[in-house]
Write a protein that binds this ligand. Structure first.
Ligand code: NAP
Length: 479
């Protein structure tokens, strides 16, 4: 903690906010203040934008191999510091150390992946139909980007955007979530060490997101917004991006259906449910939010899931043997409590959990609810906590209709041993990703993203870099 930067990172230098403002960073396991970091205002944001704009032209001309090797070095440094970064993340965000180590590896992998993609940016060309004209296609960086990230994956949500932006030759202003600024500041230090030129990445930590970001989006110099967060905020930022026709990528909220058919292997389904529900204490956009289980296996599935959930150890993420850390803050826990109370009022049975423990920290126990009424609020709200809500269904058409009956479409999970049914149902689900007999879809080599109100564009995979590139077409007549 003592070496972690707490200032803004602008033009390659660590600086205080212009007005000297700072903001506290809390430990959600104790409620105590860990440290204070600089709290940027609009003036700081403009300086960060100036630095990004100044660096853009030279950075765009930097050889792809050079950009690639910076990312590769950063990947290696992150892995060497896994323990240190995992502890930092656990202290500011709460997830257990084992999960934090997993996130460090996942985050680093985006840098390795995009270091490989940086040297594979393709163009193209050919003879046009008239036989006389030729075309040459090249790919150009879109320009200075504004990157806005949430608190739930403090390191990986940063590398998933910074990796392709660096690979493509874009400069950046990163605004991390105020709950988890330390991981982003540590990442900026690592990229500097890895040789990233001054001004290519600038980090502004702030408690005044709206005041800081809106002028950048409306100012005409930022050419791209890459946002991960709630659909509500995404919608607002899309509107702010419209005036200057800023290109946008949106990774927004989810409301994932988790479907268990009567022919599913229940051991596999319960393992999948533990992953899809309990990764990150349920604070994931990919978290299973609605469990639809065939009526004939619902009781057995609920019993087995409740046994597994009830055996998890809840406590501070830094403590050995802990499986479930605290939720991000008191507001996050209060929301989970309200959703559970509403479901119970409407007739849900609590198989395990359902009551917050006494004492400090924002803890909430793993909870399984069954006989959930479809009108319950948690059916159309991201729970963002360790609560599995089980409903039953009778046939395939019915469950597909109910699974799709939501404005979101990020991910769905399907458990069945039948290949025909697996493919048929996956294709009918209105989602950007499907976990087939698995509770985990995230992988840096795969395109991550949603349809409907879950977002626009994809991160990761071969297409992840496209979000940061434009085509330029050169018309060449041959006489
Ligand atoms: P959030 O409230 O939308 O905040 C996300 C980020 O946006 C934060 O940095 C936040 O800063 C900033 N922000 C909020 N209002 C803003 C404004 N007016 N202008 C500029 N920035 C603004 O979401 P969250 O609660 O942190 O994160 C949870 C949400 O993220 C969930 O909905 C989850 O599903 C989604 N998520 C999606 C993905 C995905 O890939 N699809 C991945 C992870 C999370 P402040 O907190 O200071 O407002």
């Amino acid at each position: 903690m003592t070496d972690t930067p707490t200032q803004l990172f602008i033009g390659g230098a660590w600086v205080d906010a212009a007005d000297g403002a700072t903001m506290p960073v809390d430990d959600p396991a104790t409620g105590e203040i860990l440290c204070h970091v600089a709290d940027a205002g609009p003036k700081d944001a403009r300086l960060a934008e100036d630095a990004a704009v100044r660096a853009q032209e030279k950075w765009a001309r930097t050889a792809p191999r050079v950009r690639s090797e910076i990312l590769r070095r950063a990947y290696e440094i992150i892995l060497e510091r896994t323990d240190e970064l995992a502890r930092l993340m656990t202290s500011e965000m709460g997830k257990p150390l084992a999960e934090a180590r997993g996130e460090v590896a996942y985050a680093a992998e985006f840098f390795r992946w995009f270091s490989e993609e940086a040297v594979r940016i393709d163009g193209g060309g050919g003879v046009l139909p008239d036989g006389r004209n030729r075309m040459l296609l090249s790919r150009r960086p879109v320009g200075p980007c504004l990157l806005i990230t949430p608190w739930n994956f403090p390191l990986a949500m940063g590398t998933r955007k910074i990796g392709p932006a660096v690979a493509a030759g874009c400069t950046m202003v990163l605004k991390p979530a105020p709950q988890t600024p330390l991981s982003s500041l540590a990442l900026a230090g690592i990229l500097k060490e890895a040789g990233l030129p001054d001004g290519v990445l600038n980090v502004v930590t702030t408690s005044r997101a709206g005041e800081v970001c809106e002028p950048l989006l409306r100012g005409g110099r930022i050419r791209k917004l890459s946002f991960t967060g709630s659909t509500q905020v995404g919608r607002l930022l899309l509107a702010q991006s419209a005036d200057m026709v800023v290109r946008t990528s949106m990774e927004l909220g989810g409301n994932a259906p988790f479907i268990v058919f009567e022919d599913a292997d229940l051991d596999v389904a319960v393992d999948g449910a533990m992953l899809a529900k309990m990764r990150n204490m349920g604070e994931a956009c990919t978290a299973a939010n609605r469990f639809f289980v065939h009526r004939s296996v619902a009781e057995e599935f609920g019993r087995r899931l409740a046994t597994r959930m009830g055996a998890l150890v809840v406590g501070p993420g830094t403590r050995d043997g802990v499986d479930v850390g605290p939720l991000i803050d008191a507001g996050g826990r209060a929301k989970v409590e309200e959703l559970v109370a509403d479901a119970v009022e409407r007739g849900a049975r609590v198989l395990v959990g359902g009551r917050r423990p006494e004492g400090p920290g924002c803890f909430y126990p793993p909870t399984v609810l069954t006989d959930v009424d479809p009108g319950s609020r948690l059916m159309d709200t991201e729970i963002f906590g360790p609560v599995a809500a089980i409903l039953t269904f009778d046939d395939e058409d019915e469950v597909v209709r109910r699974a799709n009956d939501t404005p979101w479409g990020l991910v769905g999970y399907v458990f069945t041993e039948g290949l025909d049914r697996a493919l048929r149902v996956s294709e009918r689900l209105e989602v950007g990703m499907v976990g087939l007999n698995t509770g985990l879809v995230s992988n840096p080599a795969a395109p991550f993203g949603g349809v409907k109100q879950s977002g626009l564009g994809r991160e990761g995979g071969r297409v992840g870099i496209d979000e940061f590139l434009e085509y330029q077409y050169l018309a060449v007549p041959v006489r």
